[in-house]
Design a protein around this ligand. Structure first.
Ligand code: CP
Ligand code: NVA
Length: 299
């Protein structure tokens, strides 16, 4: 049984629990673990769009014998001013767990504070821990473990990057990061990764970051909610595209949480090449979240 009630960021799990969730996910994926969530309902609240998160959680609940309810921004009163605390307490009276994709991480913390059921972060502006579970599952399957594997993060030090570097530190995966000035990973997050003995190495350039990489990870430059910063960010990220020039002479694999913007953070050729682990990554969202849900609901 997990110590935590909620999964707001990756370090709500201990390092041992992270391994337990990954093992459970792999066992469910292989058919060796027949865990069921019969008659359990997952409420899914989305303030932002989603392809993978919405479909993988909903499909995962169906496959486990349960049910998921999609609640978009226009479907519930949260968007019309019903307080977070009221929404949370009411949801808790109906569903067995709630998955939320919100803008402000502090809103998610407020929801969790009032919830009597597990709350799972489906992405906030600060963190994307369900993505990290899938990322680690993908790397473990590809390289047979984390020891001696070098990952490079090239691009925005955003929500996906922040959960990834902490999860990597917990798992024992080495990470080198290259981000433009003013778009780095928060100092607090770097310090937190260091507490797990996995402080990321900060590189001056993308070339330096990928030099010893087994896998290179990137994400969009313009995250959801940042559309008005597009012009400024495109200028700041010049030279940070993951493309064949950057990877020339290397066998490195490439990861991207998707959706990808071909021609911005990643080239079409790289995304369509044998380097890309992105489709396994996307599939692993399903397995990872099933592992998480059965562990959180103690089944
Ligand atoms: N990677 C990810 O969370 O994708 P969606 O935005 O499609 O859910
Ligand atoms: N950084 C991206 C991730 C999308 C899954 C965003 O927040 O839009």
């Amino acid at each position: 049984m997990l110590e935590t009630t909620h999964f707001l960021d990756i370090d709500d799990l201990s390092a041992d629990e992270l391994e337990t969730v990954l093992d459970r996910a792999a066992a469910i994926a292989s058919g060796a673990d027949g865990a069921r969530l019969e008659d359990k309902t997952l409420g899914m609240v989305f303030e932002k769009p989603s392809t993978r998160t919405r479909i993988s959680f909903e499909t995962g609940m169906t496959q486990l014998g349960g049910h998921a309810i999609f609640l978009g921004p226009d479907d519930i009163h949260l968007g019309r001013g019903e307080p977070l605390s009221d929404t949370s307490r009411v949801l808790s009276r109906y569903v067995d767990a709630a998955m939320m994709r919100l803008f402000d991480h502090s809103d998610l913390e407020e929801i969790a504070k009032y919830a009597d059921v597990p709350v799972v972060n489906g992405l906030t502006d600060d963190a994307h821990p369900c993505q990290t579970l899938a990322d680690l599952l993908t790397i473990r399957a590809e390289f047979g473990g984390f020891d001696g594997v070098n990952a490079a993060w090239v691009g925005d030090g955003n929500n996906v990057a922040q959960s990834f570097v902490v999860g990597a530190a917990m798992a024992g995966l080495d990470v080198t990061v290259a981000t433009p000035d003013d778009y780095g990973i928060d100092d607090d997050v770097i310090a937190h990764a260091a507490e797990y003995g996995g402080e990321p190495t900060i590189a001056e350039t993308p070339e330096e970051a990928v030099a010893d990489a087994d896998v290179v990870y990137t994400d969009v430059w313009i995250s959801m909610g940042q559309e008005s910063e597009r012009h400024e960010k495109l200028a700041a990220f010049e030279g940070y595209q993951v493309n064949e020039d950057l990877l020339s002479g290397m066998d490195a694999k490439v990861m991207h949480c998707l959706p990808a913007h071909r021609g911005e953070e990643i080239s079409h050729d790289v995304l369509e090449s044998d380097r890309a682990l992105v489709w396994d990554q996307a599939e692993n969202r399903l397995h990872a979240q099933k592992g998480l849900l059965v562990e959180l609901l103690d089944e």
